[in-house]
Write a protein that binds this ligand. Structure first.
Ligand SMILES: Nc1ncnc2c1ncn2[C@@H]1O[C@H](COP(=O)(O)OP(=O)(O)OP(=O)(O)O)[C@@H](O)[C@H]1O
Length: 243
């Protein structure tokens, strides 16, 4: 893979935390322009964004990101002792690009010299956005409107115009952006006589396998449910229900 400017490419990315259920499975994603990630709570939006930004490794699969990536996490740490101006200067040196007038445009009204831990939630978010928006190739923004007032929210929409960005947005600020829905629905298969749950867990499309008393509940992507059912029967499992 090579040469994607302003585009993050996730190639067959899967992620699970430890031995927990699969949060993402075989996800391939190219981003150009504004792309909004949607999906119910817990479907893996923040996980995907962390992987795209490079702060979390996928369990498997490849990620290629451009050189200059700006990331705003879902929650900015609340205990940063550095001041906003020191933080932005530091990030500017790391990135080789200044934050420019983003703070002013977003209507920042706090102190740029006080510790950031003393800033209000909205003003902290504006600093987080200012450092990220200095990146030139790709923005990865997790709920970036959190804590912003109406005028800062509208300004952020205009700041994102023409940018390449992967954004989670519960509130529909970017109505005209490309949408990637992580929910995609699921099929739950209840099995008994399961000798080897591990053999089910590795099947394509399987999101989780949970023992429940004498049965095992398998959550599967809808497009793979027929194949998983067939494989479960081949492994000698009995099917109790599919819904
Ligand atoms: N550090 C972690 N350790 C273990 N499990 C985690 C961790 N982070 C996230 N998860 C799990 O991964 C799943 C996806 O979480 P994630 O935060 O990516 O979802 P989300 O779509 O961003 O949710 P929300 O809309 O509520 O912010 C959830 O089941 C969550 O419990």
């Amino acid at each position: 893979m090579g040469g994607y400017l302003g585009v993050v490419l996730l190639d067959q990315v899967s992620k699970r935390y430890g031995r927990g259920p699969w949060v993402l499975r075989d996800l391939t994603l190219e981003v150009s322009g504004l792309t909004v990630l949607s999906g119910a709570n817990g479907t893996g939006k923040s996980t995907l964004l962390k992987i795209a930004a490079g702060v979390l490794r996928p369990t498997s699969g490849g990620v290629e990101r451009p050189a200059s990536v700006g990331y705003v996490p879902e929650r900015f740490p609340s205990d940063v002792k550095m001041s906003a101006s020191s933080y932005l200067a530091h990030m500017g040196r790391v990135r080789g690009a200044e934050a420019g007038d983003v703070l002013e445009r977003l209507g920042f009204v706090g102190s740029t010299t006080a510790p950031m831990s003393e800033l209000s939630k909205g003003n902290t978010q504006k600093v987080a956005l200012a450092q990220a928006l200095a990146a030139s190739d790709l923005l990865v923004l997790d709920e970036p409107w959190t804590g912003l007032d109406a005028s800062a929210s509208a300004e952020l929409v205009s700041l994102l115009e023409g940018r390449t960005a992967l954004v989670s947005d519960h509130e529909g600020h970017l109505a005209s952006a490309t949408r990637v829905d992580l929910a995609g629905g699921h099929v739950t298969i209840e099995l008994s006589r399961v000798a080897a749950p591990d053999a089910l867990e590795v099947l394509e499309g399987v999101r989780s396998v949970q023992a429940r008393g004498s049965s095992v509940r398998v959550v599967v992507a809808p497009e793979r449910s027929d194949q998983v059912l067939a494989e479960a029967l081949r492994l000698g499992c009995s099917v109790r229900s599919v819904r």
